[in-house]
Design a protein around this ligand. Structure first.
Ligand code: PEP
Ligand code: MG
Length: 324
């Protein structure tokens, strides 16, 4: 499939209406990194660090993590890599760090909540990331932030880790970017100060959608019940785009929907300039973006909303068919 898109691999995802969309890839293992060159991705928009923790039966050591992150940065050859700090709990349980049985793990003690309540592991990981950067730029993203205070607390851990490394005389990253994932509806309504403070945001659409519709992403019976192109959901996402524009906060979307061509085109149409997806999706998504007028697509989505339609999908499919 990658070969089918080889002719556009080194071209930008530029639309006929002149928008240029940044396409990045999701990764989690060293083995994913060769796809960076192969897919034509501009960088790694989401590096899921928990996979390294999940493939072992004991806590990895700081030196092991640092060596791994360093190899990831080597392999990226200067392209941006967004390292997401440990996102465990819910569907990702570590055998050596089990939460008590929780009636609703997706709503439970997970991700940044674990990181802030038991900061030892997060501190170790932040230190490993700074050491891995070794003077190179570093980008860190905190998962599952539900309110401004959690971001501030996590950012304070990052600042402390930097200060500790400085005192120890280790080289600091040339540039440090710290951001958050927006995966709970609450964060979309955070105060203006949050949007000003955070250096970038990335929508975790898999989680955000399950909480928006209250439909478990792991439950076969309900997971496909609500369409991503549901007009209410698109309106919600568009509001987040507007809030980020107001504060010039860079915004991306890194859930699985970013890798589905029709969904990706709609996300770009409502204002997302950066999408992160599995490497195999880069070609197909670039291809649809290069032949679709997004201004027209946005109008089609808004018209479906005005008509009171539940999902924009039928109208979107008609429009895309007309785009060739
Ligand atoms: C998401 O929730 O959309 C996301 C990218 O994170 P994960 O799928 O790892 O929960
Ligand atoms: Mg998530």
């Amino acid at each position: 499939a990658q070969e089918r898109y080889a002719s556009i691999r080194d071209k930008q995802a530029e639309t006929p209406c002149g928008r240029v969309i940044g396409l990045h890839m999701n990764a989690g293992l060293m083995a994913d990194l060769p796809s960076l060159a192969g897919s034509g991705a501009e960088g790694v928009g989401l590096f899921r660090t928990e996979l390294q923790f999940l493939v072992r039966n004991q806590m990895p050591k700081r030196s092991e993590l640092s060596a791994l992150y360093s190899r990831v940065l080597d392999a990226a050859q200067g392209k941006r890599v967004v390292f997401r700090t440990l996102d465990i709990g819910s569907d990702k349980v570590l055998p050596y760090m089990k939460p008590n049985d929780e009636p609703n793990p997706a709503l439970g003690w997970r991700a940044i909540r674990v990181g802030l309540d038991k900061p030892g592991v997060m501190r170790m990981q932040l230190q490993a990331l700074i050491r891995a950067a070794h003077g190179r730029p570093l980008t860190v993203m905190f998962p599952f932030v539900a309110q401004y205070g959690e971001y501030l607390a996590a950012k304070a851990e990052m600042d402390k880790a930097m200060e500790r490394e400085r005192i120890l005389g280790h080289p600091l990253p040339a540039r440090l970017e710290v951001g958050a994932m927006l995966e709970t509806p609450s964060l979309a309504f955070a105060p203006e100060q949050f949007f000003e403070e955070v250096q970038f945001l990335s929508i975790g659409g898999n989680d955000l959608k399950q909480f928006f519709f209250a439909a478990d992403r792991e439950n076969e019976r309900v997971r496909r019940r609500y369409d991503t192109l549901n007009v209410s959901f698109l309106t919600f996402l568009e509001n987040i785009v507007d809030r980020c524009r107001a504060t010039s906060t860079p915004l991306s979307f890194c859930g699985e929907d970013a890798g589905r061509p029709v969904e990706a085109a709609c996300l770009a149409a409502i204002g997302f300039d950066m999408l992160s997806m599995r490497p195999a999706s880069i070609g197909p998504v670039k291809s649809i973006l290069r032949r679709t007028r997004l201004d027209g697509l946005r109008d089609v989505i808004h018209a479906a909303r005005t008509r009171g339609e539940e999902s924009a999908r039928p109208a979107v499919m008609d429009y895309l068919a007309s785009q060739g």
